[in-house]
Design a protein around this ligand. Structure first.
Ligand code: GDP
Ligand code: PGA
Ligand code: MN
Ligand code: MN
Length: 607
């Protein structure tokens, strides 16, 4: 048995509630050592991980890791929200009774960390001093060193963040389990990822992949956070958050928005203003995956990014698509790459869409660790990197991170956007002035699923506000909560739906995307200011062609523009029928949402 008290004393962890919690779970999991970590331990832990072969060097101050090959994405069907009240059951949250799930997880975790070190990670999912600080603190216990290193990059980590917070912290227990014997994806699957939301306790068993194992990020920062927000008057969403500075007028706008996982949040938030816009705008990065939103005493809507880092999709990240991301993962940044291709001889990493594929195959291994040169038959064309391979880096490494990203007061939100991978129907952008119609639009966000969730790539599905995998309570109550929070905001932000992924008959993307996405966003801010009027359609206001900044767009994009600035009314009428069925699943959906639905349907009928 580990000497828990001695380890906690040594780390200056004085919060008695935290101490009791750690002692309890050290007993359950049977860990043989306890170690409290803080960000200051990073260099030592990196060295230990290198010595143990858990990390491999990827040049100077950069690291490579692989997760088990059956453990490379979030496992949505194994993810459960448990509470004591069945009224919390929704369509998407996989609700189960709290008592049943706690018992099951204690069973799975009992003795499961024997012989291992249990790391104690006190963390804060907010800048210090945030008005939401009391909901942002947590203590993750994990038996996996790589999880510690990723958490140090993704959250603010150290005992100082939680010592003064008494009992208001999330208890987040992560046990890796025997990955080779968990029956992933079979009827005998032993993995369970449970958030006991009304006890603020997270119990995850059976993975070391980031989306399942970095409990501060998705389980607390999204699932638990949204439950706490519901009970305490704020919103927690899978949103990126960026600032657009108009250098000519000095005005600054903040836009947040939700796209499903692997649909462009990180790229949008990181991408610098294209030179094509005449150097007039500058885009500042606040966050790329989570935003917490609240109404301040002054009646304005505020937002902040609770994270301290970026867990980005590697695929297609290159100098042209996202130079900012490339800069934030260069040598010396401490970035960790997971499940990309790796060459131990040269310490290089590679992924599809990084640039030219290495022609000298000597040393190259794919994401599973198999030598590329040994590939035979069909394997030859298989991707080298996993489609959900990732990089982890801190916000400080992002060249365009906003100067005030760590200021606790957050930033005023001017626009809320929704989007996703939609190959037809959805135009480049449509602005929505009415709050109920904006919330309705979020609730009916339909898009193609991506490789960020196991086994679902390409499946068309509705993903309300992009929160489907993170929903913690019932959708009807969720919609009502959105309306309630916005009813308190005296100055309402504008809503919009965007789509960078409409395709032509030949399958090509009709919009060049990436850095060019600033153009529709600038239009949206001009629309909000009354500087452009756009064209009213049954589903929102779309830009007139000449209202968009077009200078510097390539010829193909100019030729395709009319298609993505039109509404296909027939296709939309059909969509209304699908939406009707989708919304009917939700019990207790506010009448205001149904009214918005009927207004849009009627406008389409009249069109
Ligand atoms: P996130 O998971 O929502 O943060 O999405 P990412 O920003 O990481 O992007 C996911 C994938 O979509 C990556 O492979 C990107 O290269 C790709 N992507 C992002 N933005 C665009 C875009 O505007 N157009 C196209 N065609 N692809 C994009
Ligand atoms: P993503 O974040 O949205 O960038 O993919 C991780 C996830 O949601 O799994
Ligand atoms: Mn995400
Ligand atoms: Mn992302």
């Amino acid at each position: 048995m580990a000497d828990v008290a001695a380890a906690l004393d040594k780390a200056g962890l004085t919060n008695t509630h935290v101490r009791e919690y750690v002692e309890h779970w050290a007993g359950v999991t049977g860990a043989s050592q306890i170690e409290v970590v803080s960000a200051a331990d990073d260099a030592r832990l990196i060295q230990e991980a290198l010595d143990a072969g858990e990390l491999l060097p990827a040049g100077e101050g950069r690291y490579y890791s692989r997760s088990y090959f059956k453990d490379t994405a979030r496992a949505e069907e194994r993810t459960i929200v448990a509470t004591h009240d069945e009224a919390d059951k929704g369509v998407y949250n996989n609700w189960r009774p709290a008592t049943e799930m706690k018992e099951k997880l204690v069973g799975l975790m009992t003795g499961a960390s024997e012989g291992k070190t249990m790391y104690v990670i006190p963390y804060l999912m907010a800048p210090k001093g945030s008005p939401l600080e009391e909901y942002a603190a947590g203590v993750e216990l994990t038996d996996n060193r790589n999880v510690v290193l990723q958490m140090i990059r993704m959250a603010r980590v150290g005992a100082e963040y939680i010592n003064d917070l008494g009992d208001s912290f999330v208890r987040a227990v992560h046990v890796t389990g025997d990955l080779e014997n968990l029956g992933q994806g079979t009827p005998d699957d032993k993995r369970y990822f449970v958030t006991v939301a009304d006890e603020r306790t997270i119990l995850h068993f059976g993975s070391s992949y980031g989306g399942n194992a970095l409990l501060g990020k998705i389980a607390h920062g999204l699932r638990q956070g949204s439950y706490d927000g519901w009970k305490n008057g704020f919103l927690v969403e899978q949103f990126m958050l960026l600032g657009i500075v108009d250098k000519e007028t000095g005005k600054k706008y903040h836009i947040c928005g939700g796209f499903p996982s692997a649909s462009g949040k990180t790229n949008l938030a990181m991408t610098l203003a294209p030179d094509a816009l005449g150097d007039r705008y500058y885009v500042e990065f606040y966050g790329d995956d989570i935003a917490w939103l609240w109404v301040g005493d002054d009646g304005k809507l505020y937002g902040m990014n609770p994270e301290n880092g970026v867990f980005g999709v590697a695929k297609d990240t290159n100098e042209k698509t996202n130079p900012t991301a490339v800069d934030s993962i260069v040598e010396g940044t401490g970035a960790i790459f997971t499940n990309v291709a790796y060459n131990p001889k040269t310490q290089e990493v590679w992924w599809e869409g990084k640039g030219d594929k290495p022609t000298d195959l000597d040393g190259w291994e794919d994401w599973k660790g198999d030598l590329i040169a040994d590939r035979q038959g069909e394997e030859v064309d298989a991707p080298w990197a996993h489609p959900n391979s990732r990089f982890t880096t801190t916000l400080e490494n992002v060249p365009n991170v906003a100067k005030d990203f760590e200021e606790p007061q957050g930033v005023e939100i001017h626009g809320v956007i929704f989007g996703g991978r939609t190959r037809d129907r959805e135009p480049l952008i449509r602005a929505i002035d009415d709050v109920a119609e904006g919330v309705y639009d979020g609730l009916t966000l339909g898009a193609e699923a991506t490789a960020a969730a196991d086994g679902l790539e390409g499946v068309l599905r509705y993903d309300p506000m992009s929160m489907r995998p993170f929903m913690s309570y019932s959708e009807g109550a969720y919609a009502a909560h959105w309306l309630e929070v916005f009813s308190r905001a005296q100055k309402k932000p504008v809503f919009a739906h965007v789509n960078w992924f409409q395709r032509g008959d030949d399958g090509r993307f009709l919009w060049p995307g990436y850095r060019e996405n600033l153009r529709p966003l600038v239009w949206l801010m001009q629309y909000m200011n009354g500087e452009v009027e756009g064209e009213r359609t049954p589903v929102g206001v779309i830009p007139k062609r000449d209202e968009l900044l077009l200078e510097g767009l390539d010829e193909q994009a100019l030729a395709d523009l009319d298609t993505i600035l039109t509404i296909d009314v027939d296709r939309w009428r059909e969509e209304i029928g699908h939406r009707q069925v989708h919304l009917e699943q939700f019990h207790g959906l506010p009448e205001e949402i149904w009214e918005a639905h009927r207004r849009v349907a009627a406008a389409l009928d009249d069109a």
